[in-house]
Design a protein around this ligand. Structure first.
Ligand SMILES: Nc1nc2c(c(=O)[nH]1)N[C@H]1C(S)=C(S)[C@@H](COP(=O)(O)OP(=O)(O)OC[C@H]3O[C@@H](n4cnc5c(N)ncnc54)[C@H](O)[C@@H]3O)O[C@H]1N2
Ligand code: MOO
Length: 392
């Protein structure tokens, strides 16, 4: 791909044209690969992808054990027991759930089925052999496949793998993502992008290398783009057309500005390129608008894809989807992909919350999710079937 808009400085001029989102995706897909697999301690693996399939190292449970609190008994000793026929138990041993079964026992009589006030406990119910017992290997046998290669590890997986005897795992390490806040809010407004972007990066399998607030200074930004230590850089703010919108020229200084201006709304002033940092091919840098809703949209549609690919996760949107029908027309500009924040009612009908160009995160907080109206469409009429991507 040629460095399309690289040479074009939009400051004081505006965007002559914007690239289709698909071009930005091609750029991301062609440059971002997960890092090589590494062996890490189990505790450091949550949210990472397994590089190879994992099998059980032993049986679990390793021996027959009690599944409930009660008395370990030989089931045959309880034969005929009932509330009108208590049967004294000569060899009953109190056990707690999870304890190995004592020799000679083959069932657990729960405390509720035992009268224990006399000199010997008495069964007031009969049990069959195996009752109240978790058999050796009931969950898994040595060599059983437990988790496939590529699995994104959940907290419960780590518990299972600990039970199966694993102390370390071979995983794809999380990409180190540097978050730069370029220029920050205007007029002393509160900073709000750092926490949001960090949470999104973690959601998508990345690790936040640092979050740094920098002045709208071209040289300072170029240095921060070029500094080694990150696998991916997200720079939010100062991507527009004003005189102090120095993020795009700073990226050109640090390496290359390969795209600036994307045909989507909000988020249309996003850009991307490479910083000549420590990586042989340069470190991908995604420029996100500073306007908070535009930053969110540009993260979801662009940057998140890069983080997921770097983590070895599927490139597509990670949001749960819902099939819905529009309760009102969703207007859209032809040639531009529109992200509509929408609310879902109990009947599966959605309504827009504000228009795509409406700034701020309040409307996103009131929305249940978003609907994407493709660039080729002039909008979606009411009563049309659409897919809603759920926020959160
Ligand atoms: N002539 C044109 N001007 C603009 C165009 C255009 O096509 N032609 N595009 C517009 C679009 S789209 C956007 S989006 C903005 C790009 O904004 P910037 O990336 O330059 O954002 P800033 O100027 O840095 O800030 C905008 C807005 O966001 C607030 N902000 C910035 N950083 C933070 C932060 N860390 N926390 C909270 N809020 C932040 C800032 O206060 C401003 O209100 O350009 C348009 N211009
Ligand atoms: O990047 Mo601007 O908000 O298109 O919304």
């Amino acid at each position: 791909m040629s460095a399309v808009s690289a040479a074009f400085d939009v400051r004081g001029r505006g965007f002559a044209r914007r690239a289709p989102l698909s071009l930005a995706w091609d750029w991301i897909d062609g440059r971002i690969l997960p890092s090589a697999a590494r062996r890490l301690a189990l505790a450091d693996c949550v949210g990472l992808r397994l590089a190879e399939a994992v099998a059980a190292d032993g049986d679990w449970p390793p021996a027959d054990r009690a599944a409930a609190d009660g008395y370990a008994v030989a089931a045959a000793d309880t034969l005929g027991a009932g509330s009108y026929n208590p049967v004294p138990l000569m060899a009953a041993v109190p056990v707690s759930a999870g304890e190995p079964m004592p020799p000679g026992s083959d069932a657990v009589l729960p405390f509720e089925a035992v009268y224990a006030a006399g000199p010997l406990p008495e069964a007031v119910d009969a049990v069959a052999p195996g009752c109240g017992v978790e058999r050796r290997g009931a969950w898994m046998r040595v060599g059983d496949p437990l988790l496939p290669a590529g699995r994104r590890l959940r907290p419960a997986d780590l518990g299972l793998l600990a039970a199966a005897g694993h102390r370390t795992l071979t995983v794809l390490p999380a990409p180190r993502v540097r978050i730069l806040l370029a220029g920050g809010p205007r007029d002393g407004a509160p900073e709000q992008l750092g926490v949001m972007l960090a949470a999104l990066v973690v959601r998508d399998g990345g690790r936040v290398e640092s979050i740094e607030a920098l002045p709208a200074d071209r040289a300072a930004l170029a240095l921060a783009y070029a500094r080694p230590g990150a696998d991916l850089i997200l720079s939010a703010g100062r991507t527009g057309c004003g005189p102090d919108d120095v993020a795009p020229p700073a990226l050109a200084d640090a390496g290359s500005l390969d795209l600036h201006g994307i045909a989507m709304r909000p988020g249309g002033s996003a850009g991307l390129g490479l910083a000549a940092g420590d990586g042989a091919g340069g470190v991908p840098v995604l420029l996100l608008p500073g306007e908070p809703m535009a930053a969110l949209a540009a993260y979801e549609l662009l940057a998140g894809r890069a983080v997921r690919l770097g983590a070895g996760l599927p490139a597509g949107l990670p949001h749960a989807t819902a099939d819905a029908v529009t309760a009102r027309k969703l207007v859209s500009e032809i040639g531009c992909l529109d992200l509509h924040r929408v609310r879902l009612d109990g009947d599966g009908r959605i309504e827009p919350v504000g228009s795509p160009g409406w700034p701020g995160l309040a409307a996103a907080a009131r929305a249940d999710g978003f609907v994407l109206v493709p660039a080729g469409s002039e909008g979606v009429p009411d009563g049309a079937a659409v897919t809603m991507y759920r926020f959160g």
